[in-house]
Design a protein around this ligand. Structure first.
Ligand SMILES: CC(C)(COP(=O)(O)OP(=O)(O)OC[C@H]1O[C@@H](n2cnc3c(N)ncnc32)[C@H](O)[C@@H]1OP(=O)(O)O)[C@@H](O)C(=O)NCCC(=O)NCCS
Length: 272
């Protein structure tokens, strides 16, 4: 599962490296997120209500990539909760499904989405895993997005049940959307893609040869997660998750994740 990512036009000098910072949104980012989706409107990205954007911004549910040299936002994607019988139950802490949506990358040719989506999935898995699975609904004609999701990121096409159609309030029209999902079986690949960028936080644009260095220092949630990610990627946890008999629900998968060692309790104060 690889993309064509090498630059081989040696006659041209690539532009100076791009310096990107990746982090999750926080209170105070509301206006830049609104502005980004307004400026980079796209036929394949559903416009979201400002109140919805603000809520997800404040809840750290939007991954953001900033170009550090001009302090501008250049890529964004949201993890959106959907719940069974949501109106009847009211807001719930744990969602039934989590959508990875409104994915918009204004830079072309860096193949940023495999890292972007994998970071979103692992961030959600450690903080608030949905009970069933992660999904994306992609316009059928957007074969670039569904191709990258299925062939590189490792998601699977599926047919949604009525309860997901109802919860997501999407237009129930035949032939409009492709649905892809990330289940238990897909998680090791997400951990591998994340580790790949952690180990080499630099990507080369396959058409221009420009390098983008990605600063991950504001991804504070990654601290102390290295061993867990390796285990999910290739260790005993990956074997459990990839077992064909394993439960497909990512809520269950989260219970199989390595637990962090409990902090040592302070012993009695030394006596003089
Ligand atoms: C889809 C998107 C998020 C991908 O961004 P990215 O990972 O950085 O991808 P890149 O810009 O490097 O590459 C897109 C290219 O990937 C190529 N590609 C790479 N691997 C591919 C694969 N396995 N299958 C299909 N296409 C693939 C496509 O051919 C496309 O080529 P193009 O340059 O001729 O258009 C971005 O293009 C975007 O924002 N698109 C508009 C909004 C959108 O469609 N969002 C997704 C739905 S919410």
């Amino acid at each position: 599962m690889e993309t064509k990512d090498s630059f081989n036009n040696s006659a041209q000098t690539p532009p100076a490296p791009l310096r990107l910072t990746a982090r999750f949104s926080r209170p105070g980012d509301e206006q830049i997120v609104r502005d980004f989706y307004h400026t980079f409107k796209h036929e394949f990205v559903e416009e979201r209500d400002h109140a919805v954007l603000d809520k997800y911004t404040q809840d750290n549910r939007i991954i953001l990539f900033f170009d550090r040299d001009n302090a501008s936002l250049c890529a964004s994607s949201i993890a959106l909760s959907h719940n069974l019988n949501a109106p009847a139950k009211g807001p719930v802490k744990k969602s039934t499904w989590t959508e990875i949506g409104a994915t918009r990358i204004a830079l072309k040719g860096f193949n940023l989405s495999p890292f972007m989506v994998s970071a979103q999935i692992m961030h959600e898995m450690f903080k608030r895993p949905p009970a069933q699975f992660f999904f994306a609904d992609i316009y059928k004609k957007n074969t670039t997005a569904s191709g990258i999701l299925s062939q590189v990121i490792g998601w699977h096409f599926f047919e949604p049940e009525d309860d997901l159609w109802d919860a997501s309030e999407l237009r129930h029209e035949d032939g409009l959307l492709d649905w892809l999902r990330c289940t238990t079986q897909t998680l090791p690949q997400q951990a591998r893609l994340l580790l790949k960028t952690i180990d080499k936080p630099s990507i080369t644009n396959r058409t221009t040869g420009q390098v983008a260095n990605i600063d991950l220092s504001e991804m504070t949630w990654l601290r102390g997660k290295r061993a867990a990610l390796e285990n999910i990627a290739n260790g005993t946890v990956s074997t459990i998750l990839l077992d064909p008999a394993a439960n497909q629900n990512v809520g269950w998968a989260a219970t199989q994740f390595p637990k962090r060692a409990a902090p040592q309790k302070a012993g009695p104060a030394p006596q003089p």
